[in-house]
Design a binder for this molecule. Structure first.
Ligand SMILES: [Zn+2]
Length: 213
């Protein structure tokens, strides 16, 4: 890879999403071929002046974990209607689940295998990435009762402050890379656009859980 065309633009930033061992083959929630993009992303981190790295960071017993529910398995969908119909048995009180699911898109949550639990080996960012080049390491998903796919907003709409952080640095364009292309990368890119940034994506610098469609 040569010099990326955006790397020399002072108003452009690189946003590296969740390039963590749990999202790579061998991890708890592996994205097929997710490891392949670590080396090229590392190279980009050395080229850009403004770099943000996100780190999915959950406590044990997180609301997005299938293990927090009886009779649910990873990749099942938790739906508001089922919680309201008292069909869900969870470590969370029903009122908490109802409030959360009413606040998120489509009033539902994909349930995942336990992943990116703070302090575990799978939570760590791939060591190929020169994280000392990042001005900000944004840990997201830390609230036990709220998931956060996007780097900009938690799933219930709470801002992470990242848009203002970029604006304070006069950033206008953001190259979004990392894992997974159909969840955290896609939601981050969509929110960046909504916040008025020009978003650049490169399918060679992401990998998908379900599909590349
Ligand atoms: Zn997560």
């Amino acid at each position: 890879m040569g010099l990326h065309p955006l790397a020399s633009e002072a108003s452009a930033a690189l946003l590296v999403v969740d390039q963590q061992y749990d999202f790579e083959p061998g991890g708890a929630l592996p994205v097929p071929n997710g490891h392949e993009i670590a080396a090229p992303i590392a190279e980009l981190m050395n080229q850009f002046q403004t770099v943000v790295v996100t780190q999915d960071s959950h406590p044990k017993g997180h609301i997005s974990f299938a293990s927090s529910y009886k009779n649910k398995k990873p990749f099942d969908i938790l739906k508001l209607a089922d919680v309201e119909a008292k069909k869900i048995d969870s470590i969370f009180d029903r009122e908490i689940l109802v409030r959360y699911l009413k606040s998120v898109p489509e009033q539902q949550q994909v349930l995942w295998p336990d992943h990116c639990v703070v302090g575990t080996s799978g939570w760590k960012i791939n060591s190929k990435l020169p994280i000392e080049k990042a001005q900000l390491i944004l840990q997201k998903g830390k609230r036990v009762d709220c998931d956060s796919y996007s780097a900009f907003f938690e799933n219930d709409g709470t801002s992470t402050g990242l848009a203002n952080w970029f604006r304070a640095k006069n950033i206008q364009k953001i190259l979004v890379v990392g894992l997974a292309g159909d969840f955290c990368v896609a939601w981050s890119a969509k929110d960046a656009e909504r916040e008025g940034f020009e978003v650049v994506m490169d399918k060679n610098l992401t990998r998908f859980i379900y599909s590349s469609a």
